[in-house]
Structures are given as structure tokens and as C-alpha cells.
Write a protein that binds this ligand. Structure first.
Ligand code: SIN
Length: 360
């Protein structure tokens, strides 16, 4: 690069550093990290009729500025800037929200004056958004999702501490390169391996198979382990030119099993169906036959387990090789759905899709 070409980027960088944040060093390098909090709604931004109401409140009411104001200690950890991207309860998050969020996070992390991103989000589908981002973010900078189980108006609301902890994690040098994380209730979990396990408890996010990556204690992010699965810069997925994702839905199986849901999804035009099967993704004879018939029509089938933990093994409960099914390994149905959607943007070869399920 000649001198003329490098003056502009340097000048732009210097300007953005002073205007936006003042400095761009990592917290561990003696300065404060520059963290953008992207708010999307959820209970953390929820309000209730009284301080004791913790169920049946209205999610997604409070704006990002008020979330930040409620935690004055943030300024001791990082230079924090807020951005309100959406204001929704997370059960209403759509594929379109994910694409918008993924593109925005990629744009923010490409800026030299942004060291990490915290996303406030409802807990109901937080693990799904986190896993989607884990597959499509193209940066090693930390991305940390957080939320709360109690609305902002509740006694002992958990949102402020969760935001503080999430910013602490995002500002930590050790978080670099670890993929997308969830920081909630003093724990740090990897997007692939952590899930919401309880409808109302504060201690709802657990990694039932592989545990947590770390803890936040006394304002310090402490890491103990990381997934060996590929993520972020090491995935083959690119959403930069996508404006929608392939349609994939989850067919939940039960005793007295049938194919009503799977057939309806196929009739609605789905490209893929994830079976949330009992046990290790087992298929009643009628389901095996029904899914085999759909596969012959070109619909992609992934077998997964509705139990919440443990692997679905290839050729275990079904003759996957013969029927041309894919197994989800240890991904739960809601995360298997996301990986199948992204896989279908790259290939229609089930061997390749199975490879992706073992890789990510
Ligand atoms: C939501 O997911 O938006 C509502 C529930 C929550 O945030 O805990």
C-alpha cells in the first residue's frame, strides 16, 4: 500500500476512535474495551404491573439507553454504546431478524473501534440466535448474548447484573476467538452447547452435555473450557448476500406417532424437516416410512432427540444410510433446524450436510 492509500484509513481510524470512544485498547491492555450493546427486546426490557410480578408481564418495552443507564458500573469496565435493532419478545424472532442481526454484528465487528458486541435478547429463543450467530459471524471478536428471567420492574431483577457480566465477558481478552457466548446468571456458555432448560428459574441456561465455558466472579470473566467444534471465522457460511433462509420446521414426535405435521410442512413447501424424536431420535415404523417417502420427494430429513441431551447416532434408530437421512449428533432440534437451513444454502448433498453436523 502506498502512502496516499494508507493516510485515509489511518485518519478515519483516528477520527472514529476519538469521536466514538476515545481509545480502542483491550481492557487487559490498560485501556477500556469498546463494546456496542445491540438491543433486541425480551424480558430484560420488559415491564410488569408490580414489583412482585415475574410472569405474565410485557416483554420488550424498555429502550437500550435505559438498560445502560440502569447499570452505572458499566462505565468502569468498558466504553459502551447502545443500539436498538429491534424491540421484540424473542418467541417472535424470525429468520429475517437473524439475517439483519448477523449482518449488523458483522458490520460492527469489522470496525476497528469496536472490540466486542453484547446482544440483549429474550431468553426463550436466545440459544437459537446465539447458535445462528456462532455459524455466521465472521470475526474473532467476542459476541455475548444476555437477557433476564425477571422483568426490569421486578424486585431483584437479574437484568442489570447480567448486562454487567456480559460486558465484562465481551471486554475480556480471553473471550477472543471463543465463538458466540451466552452470559447469564454468572455463567458463560458456548452458543452450541448451552440451552434454556427451565421455564421460570433464573438458573435456566445449562450445558447438559458439555457444561459451561466459564464463570463471571467479582467482575472477572474466568474461562475453563471451550468447544472443539468450528465456529465464526472457521465456518463455510456467508449470509452477506442472503435475504431469506430455506424453510425448515421441526416435527415433534410422541406416542401414537403420525406424520400429520411432517406432511403439512412438506405441503407448505419446506425444504427440510427436523424430527424431534423420542430417546435418541427414534422413529416409529409409521414415522420412518413417512419421512422416507418425503425424502424421496426431495425433502431433507434430520433426526434429532427431544430429550434435551445426548447424541442421535447415525444408523442407530433408523437406517439413515439407506433412507438418506442426516443425524443431528448432539444438536437439539431447534439448533439442528438452524444448521440445516444454513447447510441448504451451500449444498443439497446429504453426505456434505452430515459432515456439517459433525463439524459445527
Ligand atoms: C422472551 O424471550 O422475549 C421472553 C422471555 C424472556 O426473555 O425470558
Amino acid at each position: 500500500m502506498n502512502v496516499r492509500n494508507c493516510i485515509k484509513p489511518l485518519a478515519t481510524l483516528a477520527l472514529s476512535l476519538t469521536v466514538a470512544f476515545g481509545s480502542a485498547a483491550w481492557a487487559g491492555d490498560g485501556g477500556k474495551a469498546n463494546i456496542v450493546i445491540v438491543a433486541t427486546g425480551g424480558t430484560i426490557a420488559g415491564t410488569a404491573g408490580s414489583a412482585t410480578q415475574t410472569v405474565g408481564y410485557t416483554a420488550a418495552k424498555v429502550g437500550v439507553d435505559r438498560l445502560i443507564e440502569a447499570v452505572p458500573d458499566l462505565k468502569n469496565i468498558a466504553n459502551v454504546k447502545g443500539e436498538q435493532l429491534f424491540q421484540v419478545a424473542s418467541e417472535s424472532i424470525t429468520d429475517e431478524h437473524w439475517l439483519k442481526l448477523g449482518k449488523r454484528v458483522n458490520a460492527l465487528l469489522a470496525q476497528d473501534d469496536v472490540d466486542g458486541v453484547v446482544i440483549t435478547h429474550g431468553t426463550d429463543t436466545m440459544e437459537e440466535t446465539a447458535y445462528f450467530l456462532n455459524l455466521v459471524v465472521k470475526s474473532n471478536k467476542p459476541v455475548v448474548l444476555t437477557g433476564s428471567m425477571r422483568p426490569s420492574t421486578a424486585i431483584s431483577a437479574d437484568g442489570p447484573m447480567n448486562i454487567l457480566n456480559a460486558v465484562t465477558v465481551a471486554s475480556s481478552k480471553e473471550a477472543y476467538g471463543k465463538g458466540v457466548m451466552i452470559a447469564l446468571n454468572d455463567k458463560i456458555g458456548g452458543a452450541r452447547d448451552i440451552s434454556k432448560t427451565n421455564a421460570v428459574s433464573l438458573d435456566t441456561f445449562k450445558g447438559l452435555d458439555f457444561g459451561y465455558m466459564g464463570l463471571v466472579v467479582n467482575g472477572e470473566a474466568k474461562f475453563y473450557q471451550a468447544s472443539t467444534k468450528k465456529h465464526t471465522v472457521d465456518t463455510e457460511f456467508d449470509i452477506s448476500k442472503l435475504d431469506k433462509l430455506p424453510a425448515v420446521d421441526i416435527a415433534y414426535a410422541q406416542a401414537n406417532a403420525n406424520n400429520i405435521a411432517a406432511n403439512a410442512f412438506a405441503a407448505a413447501g419446506d425444504m427440510g424437516i427436523v424430527l424431534a424424536g423420542p430417546g435418541d431420535g427414534s422413529t416409529a415404523v409409521v414415522v420412518d416410512e413417512g419421512l422416507a417417502a418425503l425424502r424421496k420427494k426431495g425433502i431433507f430429513i434430520v433426526r434429532s432427540s427431544r430429550t434435551g441431551s445426548g447424541p442421535t447416532m447415525r444408523n442407530g434408530e433408523s437406517d439413515d444410510d439407506k433412507l438418506d437421512f442426516v443425524v443431528s449428533d448432539t444438536l437439539n432440534p431447534q439448533k439442528a433446524r438452524i444448521l440445516l437451513q444454513l447447510a441448504l444454502t451451500k449444498t443439497h448433498d446429504t453426505k456434505q450436510i452430515q459432515r456439517m453436523f459433525y463439524t459445527y
